[in-house]
Design a protein around this ligand. Structure first.
Ligand code: RAM
Length: 376
């Protein structure tokens, strides 16, 4: 299928699936353990979970099915819960068993220990939303050497550490889209800041780089000044603190752009509660942003972007299954059917293979409720 046609079909599919209520399926990942849980109890729970996962891997193997695992960026992130929900549905619809691991914090170390235990459990595939581009290399090589199919979603690792990357939308397009939103909301000139997640997150860094490249490529943006990239680590409190610090440091600030669902929701609340004139935009979940969206002084976010998270999880799940089945190797030009999502093709982007879901979708005060009501 030609790329342009694919985008159109995907955009239509995205709208159709949301209208059909696919977003209403509840996120089924395990709730994060309470921070104050006693150490002994936590150890027992961890052992129980590991035993359950090993049993799941064994059950998958003995029933002739496969066991596909997902390691998210961190627990407590609604974006990751929706991704997990779509992943689980796709794996189960294919007759497999899904295991979802949510590390306690958005760090490479936390993911390495989850991946190590999945290798011992003998899963068939590991899908990772990477907290670091290079730090997972050794453990992912160990997985690959053990015959496990490795792939990434949302946030990539270096291309030699995985078979393929499931990308929500073209990195350049996301960067251009976010820069254009800043330009528009700032009225073409003035100061803006970026509120990111962790400083090591591959996806956030790639989008910020794409924004900077787009700004440098056209003199139209020369009156915009990026004053700071702040890091809220995808933690609500740290993102709140960083937003307040930006407001104090830059009294002439016009816009904050957060390419993270955690950051945009925390920042939008700070701006709205303090009746700040500064506006928020970026990548946000409708359910978390609905109360902040409006085109007036009473609301902090005029519009924002994202994509269909359930579809992203579905595509990643079906691609995991296709890799395990041998229907896909991950090479550029490979074509395969991603279950009910239809046909996809692996493309080469600057030497790295990826499968692209579609285009960013614009959420406005007019459509945000409809999407939030669907559970997105
Ligand atoms: C946050 C995460 C995720 C990112 C979204 C937009 O939830 O950082 O990686 O893709 O925002």
């Amino acid at each position: 299928m030609k790329k342009k046609l694919l985008s159109v079909v995907l955009a239509a599919a995205m709208v159709a699936s949301v209208l059909a209520g696919c977003g209403s399926s509840a996120a089924e990942t395990a709730a994060p353990a309470a921070a104050d849980t006693q150490e002994a109890a936590a150890d027992t729970a961890a052992a129980d979970t590991a035993a359950a996962d090993t049993a799941a891997a064994d059950a998958g193997a003995s029933s002739g099915g496969m066991t596909c695992a997902l390691v998210t960026k961190s627990a407590g992130n609604a974006f990751m819960e929706l991704l997990g929900s779509g992943f689980k549905d796709a794996v189960e619809a294919s007759g497999g068993t899904a295991i979802i691991k949510d590390p306690a914090s958005a760090t490479a170390d936390a993911q390495i220990s989850e991946i190590s235990s999945l290798i011992s459990q003998g899963v068939d595939s590991i899908l990772v939303a990477a907290n670091d581009e290079n730090a997972l290399k050794a453990v992912l090589k160990e997985a690959t050497d053990a015959g496990i199919k490795v792939l990434t979603v949302d946030s990539d690792v270096s291309a030699d550490s995985r078979a393929v990357f499931i990308n929500q939308a073209s990195t350049e397009l996301i960067g251009q889209t976010l820069l254009d939103a800043v330009y528009d909301i700032a009225g073409g000139e003035g100061q803006y800041a970026i509120l990111s997640a962790t400083s090591q997150a591959t996806n956030q860094n790639a989008w910020i780089e794409a924004m900077k490249n787009a700004a440098a490529a056209d003199s139209k943006y020369s009156k915009l000044e990026l004053v700071e990239v702040a890091y809220g680590d995808d933690e609500p409190q740290k993102s709140t603190d960083q937003t307040q610090a930006l407001l104090e440091k830059y009294p002439d600030l016009k816009v904050i752009c957060a390419p993270t669902t955690v950051g945009i929701a925390a920042g939008a609340k700070v701006l709205q509660d303090s009746k700040s004139k500064v506006k928020m935009t970026g990548l946000g979940l409708p359910s978390e942003m609905q109360e902040y969206m409006g085109d007036d002084d009473a609301h902090s976010c005029p519009y924002m972007f994202l994509w269909n998270m359930i579809d992203l999880g579905n595509l990643a799940g079906y691609t995991s299954v296709a890799l395990v089945n041998g229907d896909l190797t991950g090479k550029a030009g490979d074509k395969y059917t991603a279950g009910s999502m239809g046909d996809f093709e692996v493309v080469d982007v600057n030497g790295a293979t990826q499968v692209i879901l579609g285009n960013p979708f614009k959420f406005t005060p007019e459509n945000v409720k409809e999407w939030a009501d669907k559970g997105m």
